[in-house]
Design a binder for this molecule. Structure first.
Ligand code: ADP
Length: 263
């Protein structure tokens, strides 16, 4: 495996330490090690079924892991300290750790009965305890940032897919996460709507010191956006490096095969 360009003496924002995830006899993550530095943008690519989405889901604590430990900014996500050791995290600890992470899915998962601005106010009010006015101000700012200042009161059904996805991004950001996860955020969109969503992500990446992990099939975007690209195969990182290294000079047969097929 290539040396991670993120390795430094600083605490990584995300650390997977020998993390395994199994569904019955199927090993989906196989003793995965992955460090992501604060502010780093990592693209996760690889064949279908290689465990890419599972990486995001376990990071969001939507799935339990079977072995290993995940840390967010040095704090165990999956475990909590007790006595001299670590024990599996309880629901309260998971909720707290989950609040550091924002996730945007392939399907936008907006609340259909709420307007764009209400979608972005709900969690800050119910989870962070923000007052209505403050939550509204924050939501309106974020919707303006994603180019939807004139759509605050529109319901999801009145918005295009690209606009809905931008609301979903604003909604995740409203929780002020330290880490943003993007799972195939453009794959449910018509090609002409992908650009507007990718532009928002690109702007976010350059304007904010957010740590981002993105599962994507869009090699062009991964190449331009990511500091590092990780190629997954069978629940492990088969190869990783800068976009120039990984796309320009892939070392492994599996990476070469995959890139030949998708590019
Ligand atoms: P990728 O995102 O790389 O396509 P996933 O992480 O979604 O892969 O899935 C990895 C493997 O785990 C796949 O073989 C998938 O079928 C399996 N899998 C995912 N979720 C479940 C589940 N809830 N129960 C059983 N198998 C699952």
């Amino acid at each position: 495996m290539n040396e991670s360009p993120a390795s430094s003496s600083e605490t990584p924002m995300v650390r997977f330490e020998r993390v395994s995830k199994r569904y019955g006899a199927l090993t989906v993550l196989d003793q995965l090690d992955l460090d992501v530095a604060s502010g780093e943008k990592v693209a996760i690519i690889g064949p279908s079924g290689s465990g890419k989405t599972t990486v995001l889901r376990v990071l969001m604590a939507l799935e339990r892991i079977d072995d290993g430990v995940i840390h967010i900014d040095g704090e165990p996500l999956t475990h909590m300290p007790q006595g001299d050791g670590l024990v599996p995290a309880d629901a309260r600890h998971l909720r707290k750790m989950r609040s550091h992470i924002g996730m945007v899915f392939q399907h936008f998962n907006l609340f259909p009965h709420m307007s764009a601005v209400q979608n972005c106010m709900e969690a800050p009010m119910s989870v962070l305890g923000l007052g209505k006015e403050e939550a509204h101000t924050r939501a309106a700012e974020l919707l303006t940032m994603v180019g939807l200042a004139d759509k605050l009161d529109h319901h999801p059904a009145q918005l295009s897919g690209g606009q809905q996805q931008r609301v979903a991004i604003a909604r995740a950001l409203a929780m002020r996460p330290r880490v943003m996860l993007f799972d195939e955020v453009t794959s449910a969109l018509d090609p002409e709507l992908c650009g507007e969503v990718l532009n928002v992500i690109r702007e976010l990446g350059s304007a904010h010191q957010l740590t981002m992990l993105m599962v994507t099939h869009q090699m062009g975007f991964a190449r331009e956006f990511a500091d590092r690209v990780c190629f997954f195969d069978a629940g492990r990182i088969a190869e990783q490096g800068s976009p120039e290294e990984l796309f320009g000079n892939p070392q492994h047969e599996r990476t070469q095969q995959f890139l030949r097929a998708v590019m």
